[in-house]
Design a protein around this ligand. Structure first.
Ligand SMILES: CSCC[C@H](N)C(=O)N1CCC[C@H]1C(=O)N[C@@H](C)C(=O)O
Length: 347
């Protein structure tokens, strides 16, 4: 585990108490988000979980394991952390859990940290990329299977349900996030989760879906039309598409993520839609649907080969509707590869 040891050294700690489920999985392979913690040291990770998971932990993880419930877990770890500077994930640990660490580890110096493992997770290994590819393949196939159902008279929640079923049939083991199926005026909600609303002719529908495959997720959005839509909705759609395609073409190693956001935002501003683009251009995708790098205007992140990101400009107009188009993109040595293959239908 040389990269873990170096990451601890860079952060100025001797060990890290890992409590964020994706990070526990990253350092131990153990997948249960219910009860899993890890103590990471330069020598390796110790996995802590309870007896419900004894067999699962043995099957999934080659890390040293201690099966118990707190406080026995913390008492066990106390022996290992005596005299050490121990980082904890300041953005994941509850105040109550931190109090427990203070109580059970009086001989350790507890250090708030952020991003130690998230920084390593920015660059995906070939194996991680393959799992993300599979998650995206499942989403593309499910979207194609369900596309004919997105028509006047359909209920948003039924579309969500159908996509879930199609994903399961193709090997998904869960959803990257609550699906967004937002038709008509609801399209103005960037996170308009599927509702009981019935789709009608003349509206756009935003469909934002992602599958989980072997722990890794995908994320993609298509906006499709139901019947013929107004010239104004077509204009907005093409403005968002222009911004999206331009941002994708600009993806390559060395590019500042913030500059990509600016590029897309400037195009939408040129179409009078700058204010309507209410979120960042995109984000990294991996064990979590939202992870680094951040493609936000204030981001310091710089693209590197092996990053998997979304490019997803949108325009949201209350009372009228909205458009978002999102692709999943791998940063390669010489540019990019778009992993999502669902067609962008003419609007
Ligand atoms: C509920 S998860 C949403 C998944 C979606 N593809 C997504 O990431 N969205 C939808 C609109 C904005 C964007 C988002 O939430 N971005 C985050 C990173 C932000 O803070 O801008």
């Amino acid at each position: 585990m040389p990269e873990f040891a170096a990451a601890l050294t860079r952060a100025g700690v001797d060990a890290l108490w890992v409590s964020r489920p994706e990070n526990v999985r990253y350092v131990t392979g153990f997948t249960s988000p219910e009860d899993g913690k890890a103590l990471l040291t330069p020598q390796g990770a110790v996995l802590y979980t309870d007896a419900r998971y004894t067999e699962q932990a043995r099957l999934e993880s080659s890390a040293e394991q201690f099966i118990a419930r707190p406080p026995a877990t913390l008492e066990h770890a106390a022996e290992r952390v005596r005299g050490l500077r121990v980082g904890f994930e300041a953005d994941a640990l509850t105040v109550a859990a931190l109090d427990d660490l203070r109580r059970f580890w009086p001989d350790a110096t507890l250090v708030p940290t952020t991003g130690i493992l998230e920084t390593l997770r920015l660059i995906k290994t070939p194996d991680e990329i393959e799992r993300i590819r599979q998650a995206q393949r499942i989403a593309d196939e499910a979207f194609a299977a369900v596309r004919p159902l997105i028509r006047a008279g359909a209920v948003e929640r039924d579309i969500e349900f159908a996509i879930e079923g199609e994903m399961r049939k193709r090997g998904a083991r869960g959803w990257a996030h609550g699906f967004i199926v937002a038709g008509g005026e609801r399209g103005a909600l960037p996170h308009g989760h599927a509702s009981d609303r019935v789709l009608q002719d003349g509206e756009l529908v935003t469909v934002d879906i992602g599958a989980v495959y072997d722990g890794y997720v995908s994320d993609m959005t298509r906006t499709v039309r139901v019947g013929e839509v107004s010239a104004e909705l077509r204009r907005i759609y093409h403005a968002v598409l222009e911004a999206e395609e331009a941002a994708i073409r600009a993806v390559r190693p060395g590019v500042r993520a913030a500059d990509l956001d600016t590029l897309a935002r400037d195009i939408l501003t040129g179409h009078g839609l700058g204010e309507a683009f209410a979120h960042s251009l995109g984000h990294g995708v991996g064990l979590a649907v939202h992870e680094g790098p951040s493609l936000r205007g204030t981001s310091d992140d710089v693209l590197e080969p092996g990053m998997v990101i979304t490019i997803e400009p949108g325009a949201y107009l209350p009372g009228l509707g909205g458009v978002r188009i999102e692709d999943l993109v791998l940063v390669t040595e010489d540019g990019y590869e778009v992993l999502s293959t669902s067609p962008k239908e003419p609007v």
